[in-house]
Design a protein around this ligand. Structure first.
Ligand SMILES: *Cc1c(COP(=O)(O)O)cnc(C)c1O
Length: 385
């Protein structure tokens, strides 16, 4: 088969499975309101859980940074791209989360790829929750290490996989809050299983950081675990983008030598690092605390109001409140009808989620008000007939 034939066949298969993906160019998309083709929608698709993408102080910090440093970093951090603004942010993150060091990456995807690629060798085994994010599973399957997946949130299954003999080292990989289900990992049990097997633990807390734990310190702090590797990302509750790996001095020194996504990639703009410092300050402040409380109230109201709907809720206490519909076509049509009624929601289909579990991935945020949640519920209940 030629390149052209192979490509066309793959796309046709996606279309036939009603799994063809299209991007929507938006006039505005990150806040409470989403503007598309001149129409305004209530936005239930955003990961901006605390509404910080629109926070005046964060916007101001980015503007000030751009005026001071210019808009780009000018190079890899190993050449001239690493500024005092990056160093200060790393120190603040390490201090906040109780680690020796933090290393900034351009995205969570890059951080996960870099960490796994730099660590995993041929003799090693990676044991990952089977619902882990694509960036983790893909990095693990591309690494020379053996990959085993444990049943979602099942620490007994994890322990049994870790007990099999291995000549190298083992790395346990999971998330704090799962991106497509919104449920939390039993981190204390998972950490105990890892410790028993002398394995290291890597937790990707993309959806927990900023929203859970004392003053937003995230899932690990909340559950009293201290993984050897903690990944936090800034594209969700921080309202910006980028990521950090939290680790010991020795591990940070190692990544600075061997993490290719750090070495061969342009550092984030220093103005962004400055805006991230402000987002971190807001997350720790009373303002941030109020935003977490508002979000928790929305989640409670939504779950109460969603009783009696024909769709399955997940076991989620987080901002991510998926409605599992099952069939791809039915999920798409439901998303379409919600849009007609002014609610912007995203249909998530396999392969992003397991076959037969297509869903609306609803995300609630502190930028919503009580009316938004009520409107969403009314529209959903209207769908029953
Ligand atoms: C969003 C997400 C990522 C990717 O982070 P980006 O900064 O968007 O590249 C990684 N892991 C999880 C669990 C995520 O939800």
């Amino acid at each position: 088969m030629s390149w052209q034939q192979r490509i066309e066949q793959a796309v046709t298969e996606r279309r036939d499975a009603q799994a063809f993906r299209q991007r929507q160019p938006l006039e505005q998309g990150a806040g409470r309101w989403l503007l598309h083709a001149g129409r305004r929608y209530r936005n239930f698709s955003s990961n901006d859980y605390l509404g910080l993408s629109q926070h005046p102080q964060v916007i101001r910090a980015w503007q000030d940074g751009a005026e001071r440093y210019g808009v780009g970093s000018g190079g890899s951090g190993h050449v001239t791209g690493y500024h005092l603004a990056h160093e200060r942010l790393e120190e603040q993150l390490a201090d906040w989360l109780g680690y020796d060091r933090a290393l900034l990456f351009i995205s969570g995807f890059a951080a996960n790829q870099a960490v796994i690629a730099a660590l995993a060798g041929r003799e090693d085994r990676i044991v990952a929750d089977r619902l882990s994010h694509a960036s983790l599973l893909e990095a693990a399957s591309q690494s020379p290490a053996q990959l085993r997946r444990f049943q979602h949130n099942d620490s007994h299954h994890l322990a049994s996989l870790l007990a099999a003999s291995v000549s190298g080292q083992q790395l346990v990989v999971t998330e704090g809050v799962f991106s497509m289900d919104g449920d939390s990992a039993p981190l204390a049990k998972i950490a105990a299983a890892a410790r028993t097997a002398d394995a290291w633990l890597m937790v990707d807390d993309a959806h927990g950081i900023g929203t859970t734990g004392e003053r937003g310190r995230g899932s690990c702090h909340q559950q009293g675990v201290h993984p050897e590797l903690l990944i936090v990302t800034f594209g969700k509750a921080f309202g910006l983008s980028g990521a950090a790996v939290l680790c010991s001095h020795a591990v940070a020194d190692y990544f600075v030598q061997f993490a290719r996504h750090l070495i061969y990639s342009t550092a984030m703009p220093p103005a962004q690092a400055q805006a991230l410092q402000m987002a971190l300050a807001v997350i720790q402040s009373d303002d941030g605390q109020q935003r977490r409380e508002t979000l928790a109230q929305h989640v409670a109201d939504f779950r109460l109001g969603a009783r009696g709907l024909a769709y399955t809720l997940t076991d989620s206490a987080s901002a991510i409140q998926p409605l599992i519909v099952g069939d791809n076509g039915q999920t798409l049509r439901l998303a379409e009808r919600l849009r007609e009624r002014g609610c912007w929601v995203t249909a998530i289909r396999p392969p992003t989620v397991p076959a037969g579990t297509a869903r609306l991935r609803l995300a609630l945020t502190a930028a919503h008000d009580a009316q938004d949640i009520m409107h969403l519920l009314e529209v959903l209940h209207g769908e029953r007939g």
